[in-house]
Design a binder for this molecule. Structure first.
Ligand code: FES
Length: 341
């Protein structure tokens, strides 16, 4: 079973447009909600007679928050965000997929530069809190918003800056006072921190601007992490199709490292790795199942595979051996993959 249930323990109104859901997994599912700072949950949202799936970043920290939290900001015409803000109340039960995503620091001890705009603060907050609580590095956050009232987590950021004054610098950018952030302004703010690892999240135009500013300052592309948003068109909550495809060839074999364990599974040549793993009861992460979110990314340590679609991994990811399990089919007889980083 890949669909998990969470109870809404509390709904917090962060601003007029943003609600935080505090979530409690069912006792038996607790282990499956382990997550890394910056990851997201895929939530099933009713739509007409059916439902759709939407992804929301976790703003809580796995190292200092007992409960999981997602913050959802209304988007004009947004089906999922408006449904959540209008309907979800304490005591409701939501269906979700296990946390996933690759917008997460490899080490909490790095010095970080975080650039966020609007609700892009959500995964950035998780990274920031985790680094301050469990890491040793310094963190600078540049956070852009329309005006003072739209600043999500204003109080929490103030409290963190007071508690971690030596390690945390928060720079607010308010459009109502300063206009939209310009390349020149972001360059001036980021320049002193160009030796750091950077994480960028916000509207697309902001992320494009921030990325070009940071790479223009000489930051290697591999140290500038951007949370890529994607829209889901299929139904990632559907159970994998039953295995009735009769391959002529004998299946390949794949050894999978996941959550500190190793499993060996036959991999029929015509099938995709994620489907094979889910059917075998391996709790592999995923979200879109269509090659556009990287939630299912794993490292191919041995063997060869091809992908049917890939709109999310870039040349560097591929050179690092990453593959999308939801799109990968085997080309060699023995393969070895790892989800454990
Ligand atoms: S689940 Fe989204 S790319 Fe595979």
């Amino acid at each position: 079973m890949t669909v998990l249930k969470v109870r809404v323990a509390e709904v917090v109104r962060e601003t007029a447009e943003a609600h935080t859901l505090v979530l409690e997994p069912a006792e038996e599912d607790r282990d499956r909600f382990a997550y890394r700072p910056g990851q997201f949950l895929t939530v099933r949202v009713p739509a007409g007679d059916g439902h759709v799936a939407r992804c929301y970043s976790l703003c809580s920290s796995p190292v200092c928050d007992d409960r999981l939290k997602v913050t959802v900001k209304r988007v004009a015409g947004g089906l999922g965000s408006n449904w959540i803000c209008d309907n979800v109340a304490e005591g409701d039960v939501l269906e979700v997929l296990r946390p996933s995503g690759t917008f997460t620091p490899a080490s909490l001890d790095e010095d970080l530069l975080l650039l966020a705009a609007g609700s892009g603060i959500t995964p950035v907050m998780s990274i920031l809190k985790s680094c301050l609580a469990a890491g040793r590095g310094s963190v600078t956050l540049v956070y852009a918003n329309r005006d003072e009232r739209s600043v999500i987590f204003a109080g929490e950021l103030r409290a963190l800056a007071e508690r971690h004054g030596e390690r945390l610098t928060v720079v607010h950018w308010l459009e109502s006072l300063q206009g939209l952030p310009t390349a020149a302004a972001l360059r001036a703010l980021a320049r002193p921190y160009r030796g750091r690892e950077a994480f960028v999240c916000g509207p697309e135009a902001f992320m494009d601007l921030a990325t070009s500013v940071l790479t223009g300052l000489g930051m290697p592309a591999g140290r500038v992490h951007v949370e890529k948003f994607f829209s889901l068109s299929g139904d990632p909550f559907a159970e994998p199709e039953p295995d009735d495809a009769a391959d002529d060839e004998a299946p390949a074999t794949v050894e999978v490292e996941i959550d500190g364990e190793t499993r060996t599974v036959p991999w029929p040549r015509s099938q995709r790795l994620l489907d094979v793993l889910l059917r075998a009861g391996v709790d592999a992460p995923y979200s879109c199942r269509e090659g556009s979110c990287a939630a299912c990314a794993c490292v191919l340590l041995e063997g060869e595979a091809e992908m049917d679609a890939n709109t999310v991994l870039d040349r560097r990811d591929l050179d690092d051996g990453l593959i999308l399990a939801c799109q990968a089919r085997p080309l060699s007889d023995r393969l070895r993959v790892s989800y454990d980083g």
